[in-house]
Design a protein around this ligand. Structure first.
Ligand code: SF4
Ligand code: SF4
Length: 163
């Protein structure tokens, strides 16, 4: 529940930062469009909402971090304890240099996953979503009930097993 509450508090802030960024850019004659931080487009193939761009891949291309074995972004500062916001623009911004891969393939995330969603090279995303996200019938609430692969990564700031 605390994880879900933090996520639900953080994502509107990211949307607000995106919007502020777009407004500032507009003052310089640069048009940007904010990307909703949470699910923004219905995907009928998966019956789920998802973002219209992969923010993890965009972040990796922007030199913010690299995608780890758990399919999450790992940054040098915070490990995988990050949530991303994004804007789209036709303006060419100067990117930071790409980072070398951070994940050390320790496989802690693979081993901790209760449904083996990481057992193959590609995350079994639907299996993960079905297990980790959804309504809690007992508590009548929507929550994220699994984030074990994120928690265990040794690159997380404040992690018990931080490298
Ligand atoms: S737990 Fe280990 S294998 Fe998984 S993403 Fe983190 S460093 Fe990579
Ligand atoms: S969130 Fe949970 S179910 Fe999904 S990949 Fe991570 S450990 Fe597995």
């Amino acid at each position: 529940v605390p994880y879900t509450r933090v996520r639900n508090s953080m994502t509107p802030k990211l949307d607000a930062i995106d919007m502020d960024f777009c407004i500032e850019m507009e003052k310089h004659g640069i048009v940007c469009v904010p990307i909703p931080t949470n699910e923004s487009l219905w995907n009928s193939a998966t019956n789920r909402f998802r973002s219209i761009v992969s923010q993890k891949h965009a972040a990796q291309a922007a030199g913010i971090g690299t995608i780890g074995r758990h399919s999450l972004l790992i940054t040098p500062e915070y490990g995988s304890m990050v949530w991303l916001g994004a804007v789209l623009s036709e303006h060419e911004f100067e990117p930071d240099p790409l980072l070398a891969p951070i994940c050390n393939n320790c496989n802690l995330c693979v081993d901790v996953c209760p449904i083996n969603a990481l057992s193959e090279s590609e995350l079994k995303q639907l299996d993960c979503w079905n297990h980790a996200f959804g309504d809690d019938e007992e508590q009548k609430t929507w929550k994220i009930s699994c984030h074990k692969c994120r928690d265990i990564c040794p690159y997380n700031l404040g992690s018990k097993n931080k490298l």
